[in-house]
Design a protein around this ligand. Structure first.
Ligand code: HEC
Length: 146
């Protein structure tokens, strides 16, 4: 009997755990998706590549691998969720490092080159972080047939 009472609580824990995971999946499913097939990317992800290398790469490095000014976003996007990503890019962030070194993530909320393309930049970076997309300029997939 005691055993039988244990099982449901284990199940509850599992279901609860699953629903927590589910909750983050819900957020993730709201997040923009990339398409990478055979090293080729959809239009949105390609645009993200371009926009990243237009604005962000000066600090975050070629292929988002990090530079002397800012961390690798290939690493960051392994854990950073979509909401935190967009918030950080729009609002910027002061580096919390010691030693008085000045390094900060600028706020881009007034830069339409970024705000209009933020989802695409996210797609590109997530594809890089997931290891689906390598370095360099990706090739575009053919337009999807309608
Ligand atoms: C002027 C340099 C600079 C530019 C340009 C810049 N960033 Fe940053 N960014 C930083 C610095 C520095 C940090 C680290 C701040 C900190 O330590 O909190 C950062 C942090 C971030 C983070 C948080 C990383 C983490 O692990 O939490 C994201 C996301 C990010 N930048 C995205 C972008 C995107 C997208 C662009 C282009 C639209 C961009 N950045 C352009 C300097 C820059």
């Amino acid at each position: 009997m005691t055993k039988a009472r244990f099982i449901p609580s284990v199940l509850v824990a599992m279901v609860f755990g699953a629903s927590l995971a589910g909750a983050s999946n819900v957020a993730a499913s709201d997040a923009p998706k990339y398409v990478v097939e055979g090293g080729k990317v959809d239009k949105a992800t390609f645009n993200g590549y371009r926009r990243f290398h237009g604005t962000c790469h000066a600090c975050h490095g070629q292929d988002a691998m990090g530079g002397s000014f800012a961390p690798s976003l290939v690493e960051s996007l392994k854990t950073l969720d979509y909401d935190t990503f967009t918030k950080t890019v729009l609002e910027g962030r002061q580096a919390q490092g010691s030693g008085g070194s000045v390094s900060a993530m600028p706020a881009f909320s007034n830069d339409p080159n970024v705000t209009k393309h933020l989802d695409d930049i996210y797609r590109y970076l997530l594809a890089r972080a997931d290891g689906e997309l390598g370095t360099g300029r990706p090739k575009k997939l053919p337009k999807p047939k309608k």
